[in-house]
Design a protein around this ligand. Structure first.
Ligand SMILES: [Zn+2]
Length: 160
């Protein structure tokens, strides 16, 4: 990474306020920030301190969103689901204003019990409790049971 790139990136960092302790989710695909918040179960009703930057110019993506969540470090499960809608995202863990951990999200091979199948005939949507399971594809997810493939609006399938 060149110095120019670093400078460029830190300029953009200034667009949203710094946080003291928490998580910065950077390089989210433009327009996905609200879905990221939905995945994290954040709607502001519990007084969560959140900063969102939307459609910020980015080198790596044409436009990116940034989500900063004060006082919360994400679990691996949350990161796994995030990776489905924000495969290029970078997770920065911040403690005392310093980034102490920074890593790209990795798409898991499958996710269990986090998405609900949109197929009403699927065994996982029946009365018998069967945990949903989706295989993660390059461009979407596929139900392991009925093989329904979902490429759009994956966030809307997240089980609550
Ligand atoms: Zn299914």
């Amino acid at each position: 990474m060149s110095d120019d790139h670093e400078r460029h990136d830190s300029d953009h960092e200034l667009r949203v306020s710094k946080i003291r302790d928490g998580t910065v989710i950077d390089h989210v695909r433009g327009g996905q920030a609200l879905n990221v918040l939905a995945i994290l179960g954040i709607d502001g009703s519990e007084g969560e301190e959140v900063s969102v930057g939307m459609n910020v110019p980015s080198d790596r993506l044409a436009r990116k969103d940034i989500v900063k969540v004060e006082g919360r470090e994400l679990s691996q499960d949350e990161v796994d689901v995030l990776s489905l809608i924000a495969p290029d995202a970078t997770i920065n863990i911040v403690r005392n204003y310093e980034v102490v951990e920074k890593h790209r999200v990795e798409r898991p091979e499958e996710v269990t019990g986090v998405l609900s199948c949109p197929n009403p005939g699927c065994i996982t949507t029946g009365d018998e409790p069967v945990s949903s399971r989706f295989e993660v594809l390059e461009d979407g997810v596929r139900c392991t049971y009925c093989e329904t493939i979902v490429r759009e609006e994956i966030a809307s399938l997240i089980e609550t």
